[in-house]
Ligand binder design. Structure first.
Ligand code: PBG
Length: 322
């Protein structure tokens, strides 16, 4: 038998495999999501997400230094309010947990890029991502509220804002408000393609943000749709998004690849809470090799076309890539 081409020739030596490797993870690829809680000395583990805690600002600062020392570039902050109300008013308060965290972080760990999640779901008593009017999420009424949240983050010193609410027109509304108030240089990372996914379950425990009635299918995307993802992304580009995001990541690798081929903006993908929890749980049962599966999943997400990966594994992965 005469084989002209033998793919195995390039697989025989570890060094050679490394030389021809197409996708390489870097610590700079990762963004680490964190949950900021009110209070002092709070370090509250999230049951379904081993290794993840809700942290008060003082604890967050400690961890931020550790994160910087691991060589990570950026964190994404989610806030928990002291009190929830109908309109999620604490979300835009200059004294809110996120706003306080941002001010301290930018003062004490300035090298770390601070991105803030812009949404209302953790702040509203009904748990929806926008304002409710006659039993429904009112799109246009929510835009002004969301823009005020983004503005309060920028005023606190956020390096970037990331709207995750999925209201139509929110990127444009936020861009306009930021520009009017002198924050034209603060970029927007848009959760452009965010599916109504069941993989967000553990996050909702962490952020106490489960909807009190109904679900999010009237604003987040139908998991069955791919072409619609391109339209969603195109709208956000027109409205001024600087970075696009696909979320979740691994169940939607096809979408990541399509967006990477279609748009020239940097592309992020969010390996969400459920993706993390599945790997952690299987590893705890001894059913999977946690480190190997973690690196394989992150490599797959990058290979699919993501430039940046939001992941709860960021610290673990960075420690290995050091
Ligand atoms: C809030 C928001 C959610 C996530 C990020 N921002 C939850 C949701 O939409 O219900 C999920 C992140 C994760 O699961 O890790 N809108």
């Amino acid at each position: 038998m005469e084989l002209v081409f033998r793919p195995r020739r390039l697989r025989r030596h570890a060094t050679l495999r490394k030389m021809v490797r197409e996708t390489v993870l870097r610590r700079e690829d990762f963004i680490y999501p964190m949950f900021v809680a009110p209070g002092q000395g709070v370090r509250q583990p999230v049951d379904a997400m081993p290794g993840v805690c809700r942290l008060s600002v003082d604890q967050l600062l400690k961890e931020a230094r550790e994160i910087r020392d691991l060589g990570l570039s950026a964190v994404l902050l989610f806030g928990l309010p002291l009190t929830k109300d109908d309109t999620g008013s604490e979300a835009a308060s200059p004294k809110g947990t996120v706003q306080r965290a941002v001010r301290r972080l930018k003062k004490e760990v300035p090298e770390l890029l601070v991105i803030t999640d812009v949404c209302l779901c953790a702040y509203t008593s009904h748990g929806h991502c926008g304002l409710i009017h006659q039993g429904e999420v009112d799109n246009d009424a929510s835009l002004e509220a969301l823009a005020q949240v983004a503005l309060s983050h920028a005023e606190a010193g956020a390096d970037m804002v990331a709207p995750s609410d999925m209201m139509d027109g929110r990127v444009g509304a936020i861009r306009e408000t930021l520009d009017e108030r002198g924050f034209e240089m603060v970029p927007i990372m848009s959760y452009a393609v965010k599916y109504a996914s069941s993989f967000y379950g553990p996050f909702r425990e962490a952020a106490e943000s489960a909807p009190a009635f109904g679900d999010r299918r009237a604003y987040q995307m139908d998991p069955a749709n791919a072409r619609e993802a391109l339209r969603e992304a195109a709208l956000d580009v027109e409205e001024g998004a600087d970075i696009l995001m696909v979320k979740p990541a691994m169940p939607y690798l096809d979408i990541i690849t399509q967006l990477a081929g279609e748009f020239d903006l940097p592309l992020a993908a969010y390996q969400v809470s459920g993706e993390y929890s599945m790997i952690k749980a299987a590893a705890q049962l001894g059913w999977l090799d946690e480190t190997a599966v973690m690196l394989e999943s992150l490599t797959a997400i990058k290979r699919a076309g993501a430039d940046l990966i939001l992941t709860y594994f960021a610290k673990q992965a960075a420690a290995l890539l050091k």
